[in-house]
Design a binder for this molecule. Structure first.
Ligand SMILES: [Fe+2]
Length: 307
């Protein structure tokens, strides 16, 4: 199954105007389109219509994650494989999600919905599509985010979803955190060449832990923290730090509805060979160092606070 990339997260927010300000002026995304109840954003280095959709709803959290497939035919293949695996699958008509062609919506064992699609409307890179400059000319607000990189979703039992994603949809397991019996506490999975597109961690089924926006340098992450301070954006207990898992420089913060965001830089590339490369294994007692490498401590709120 050829899933090529994590394309977007569709999130629910309680105040769409405040959220539009957050995702443009704090995160630094481009506002592509909006209605009274929905808004679409894209980073600088992606041509597709959106990498984030926000929907005005009563409660915050995830509506679905979107993944792009390499070939039109992969959609029917994935739908059949998911049904054969006992999962609920719904058809998504072309245009039903703005800027996207036909898709299939699969409810994962973790109770998160994943939409697979092939076609996306193109808006081009921020620097344009003809004779571009290497960096954007105009001074834009917010962090110097290049792209949406990955998401971490929470669920009670990670193993059935890890099995479906790795055995049926051909994700590679790059790192995992295990308890003394070998049970999976957290799993980091890639469908391309980055260290992770989708991770799973402990928490209530169907809940959203965070989505991460990539930057080109550690310096830009530090500049991002200054923006968070200037805009009084609520951040996690720790200041800027580093994960042992993936080794990235990272800061977490929240949108106005409490959905967690991350600025990060420095993940290693993955070989992109499903089920051929052994994952890095973290034993649970070492996970505080894997979670927050400098502090060697994972604050309780890190897994408890989800939307
Ligand atoms: Fe992350």
């Amino acid at each position: 199954m050829a899933i090529s990339r994590f394309s977007y997260a569709s999130l629910n927010v309680q105040d769409i105007d405040a959220s539009v300000r957050h995702y443009t002026e704090v995160v630094g995304l481009r506002l592509v389109d909006r209605t009274k109840t929905t808004a679409y954003f894209q980073g600088a280095d992606n041509q597709d219509h959106h990498c984030v959709i926000i929907n005005q709803r009563k409660n915050a959290g995830l509506d679905h994650v979107g993944f792009k497939v390499n070939d039109r035919g992969d959609l029917d293949e994935a739908a059949k494989a998911a049904r054969d695996h006992g999962l609920a699958v719904k058809e998504v008509k072309a245009g039903q999600i703005k800027g996207q062609g036909r898709g299939v919506r699969i409810t994962l064992p973790s109770k998160h919905d994943m939409v697979l699609f092939y076609e996306a409307e193109k808006i081009g890179y921020l620097t344009g599509m003809e004779n571009p400059d290497p960096v954007p000319r105009q001074e834009k607000l917010g962090g110097k985010v290049t792209h949406l990189d990955h998401t971490l979703l929470s669920c009670e039992d990670r193993e059935p979803t890890v099995r479906f994603l790795t055995e049926v949809l051909d994700f590679s397991l790059t790192e995992k955190v295990v308890d003394p019996t070998g049970g999976i506490i957290a799993a980091f999975m890639s469908c391309g060449h980055t260290m992770h597109d989708l991770a799973l961690g402990p928490g209530p089924d169907g809940s959203f832990h965070h989505m991460a926006f990539g930057m080109e340098s550690r310096g830009e992450v530090i500049e991002g923290v200054d923006i968070l301070k200037e805009t009084d954006t609520p951040a996690l207990e720790y200041g800027i730090t580093r994960h042992g898992v993936a080794g990235v420089t990272t800061i977490y913060f929240h949108d106005p509805s409490g959905n967690r965001n991350e600025f990060f830089n420095g993940a290693y590339l993955a070989p992109g060979m499903p089920n051929e490369i052994d994952p890095i294994v973290w034993q649970l007692e070492e996970f505080p160092r894997g979670g927050f490498y400098y502090e060697s401590n994972v604050p309780q709120s890190f897994f408890e606070t989800v939307t």
